[in-house]
Write a protein that binds this ligand. Structure first.
Ligand code: SAH
Length: 397
């Protein structure tokens, strides 16, 4: 074979025709079922993939215990995956964020496969970074990644929120560890002039829901009258709506989340936000019984469909919460509604809101369809990079 052996000890792995086709179509994963005679003695790290005629396919991350065996890094068969390679790939990702950085100090720097850096996530919170290394192959390059990030961003600290459950499937420990410098318990960030506190060590995801930033700004501009933020978490949508609405009700089932939302309201000097602790399904029903209505509503629930098997019950949940929210809209009012369930595809989501609109008995106009923001790139040929979708709808009296 003509392949130079660039990485000492790196295995050459034979991939089936079906697996090779996946790569040709732009999807970076090769599943275990498409690996022919997987090596039993090769630890995680770099591997060279070849087809059944020993023709080189590319250089990949190899995860021996995972269902996703190979994640393509570079189509160049003799690519050298060294510190410089990581630096260059990470630099491209960081440079793509220059627009986002104009309006916010917290955003995603690396969205894994979406940025050509499979299984690597990195979020920026002002002068600090939070990373997630989500595959065994990637873990081998932790020092190179940390060095590149530190140099490119001049950050003061890097935290690994490696507590995600997918690490178990890779045979990796779940842990939260400091990788470089220092990272505070709490970081104040801003987006479109709104300030909020993030909790990198303990908050959901890497400390905040960065993926809704543009949608928060959008509904903030439209908000008026009485506004309602369902599934408010730390009050991020509520804070944006409070700029133009007369009053905002921030609703969440978690008292702790609402206490953080109160701190954020204080940070912004907002006194027009009321906090309601309760189950959104019950509280919305009670609001209907009290004949209350709202001029602006946000519905941003957690992922109801955690797996394909829970899809149908999840869709019923989304339908109910959306129907109730639509019913509560005042004439001419806006609703922004979202789903972050990967299994609820865009067509299913649209079907669900169409049916919720019909069941609400109102004339509801579809104004905008929201996709992921540019710092969470969703690749059309890699569906796994997409999960968040939303819609702006309006009551037409
Ligand atoms: N909109 C937020 C993120 C929402 S995360 C943002 O932009 O940052 C989902 C939130 O829903 C969590 O805070 C969770 O506590 C809350 N939650 C989950 N189930 C709920 C329910 N049945 N009723 C009300 N809140 C719920």
């Amino acid at each position: 074979m003509a392949l130079p052996r660039r990485s000492i000890g790196a295995p050459w792995i034979t991939v089936s025709r079906k697996g090779a086709l996946r790569w040709e179509n732009g999807h970076p994963w090769i599943f275990r079922s498409d690996v022919i005679d997987p090596p039993t003695d090769a630890g995680p790290g770099i591997a060279y993939a070849v087809d059944q005629r020993d023709r080189p396919l590319g250089t990949a991350l190899w995860s021996p215990t995972s269902e996703i065996s190979l994640r393509l890094l570079d189509r160049t068969p003799d690519a050298v995956i060294d510190d410089q390679w990581w630096f260059n790939r990470i630099r491209m990702s960081v440079e793509r964020r220059s627009d986002v950085a104009r309006n916010a100090s917290a955003y995603r720097l690396i969205h894994g496969e979406g940025d050509g850096l499979p299984s690597l996530v990195c979020d920026r919170y002002d002068r600090w970074l939070v990373v997630q290394l989500l595959s065994a192959g990637l873990e081998q390059f932790r020092p190179a990644i940390v060095r590149a990030l530190a140099e490119l961003t001049r950050c003061e600290g890097i935290l690994a929120r490696n507590d995600a459950s997918v690490r178990e499937r890779e045979g990796l420990a779940r842990e939260t560890v400091l990788l470089s410098g220092e990272v505070p318990e709490e970081i104040e960030v801003h987006e479109y002039g709104v300030k909020y506190l993030t909790a990198p060590w303990t908050g959901q995801k890497t400390g905040a829901f960065l993926d809704q930033r543009e949608n928060r700004h959008r509904i903030g501009v439209l908000a008026r009258g009485e506004a309602l933020d369902c599934f408010s978490y730390h009050g991020s949508f509520a804070l944006h709506m409070a700029e133009r609405a007369a009053t905002v009700t921030a609703l969440d089932s978690s008292a702790h989340a609402l206490s953080r939302a109160q701190l954020n309201a204080d940070l912004n000097g907002r006194t027009n936000i009321e906090f309601v602790e309760g189950n959104a399904f019950d509280v919305l029903r009670e609001f209907s019984e009290q004949s209350r209505s709202f001029d602006t509503i946000v519905v941003d629930p957690p992922a109801f469909a955690k797996s394909r098997s829970s899809l149908n019950s999840a869709l019923r949940g989304y339908h109910e919460i959306n129907r109730r929210a639509m019913s509560l809209l005042a004439p001419g009012g806006y609703l922004f509604t979202a789903s972050c369930s990967y299994h609820v595809t865009k067509p299913l989501f649209l079907e669900m809101i169409e049916s919720a609109a019909a069941a609400s008995g109102k004339r509801m106009a579809l104004c905008e369809i929201a996709v992921q923001p540019s710092d969470h790139p969703e690749l059309l040929n890699v569906p796994e990079t997409g999960y968040l979708k939303g819609a702006l709808v309006r009551d037409l009296p």
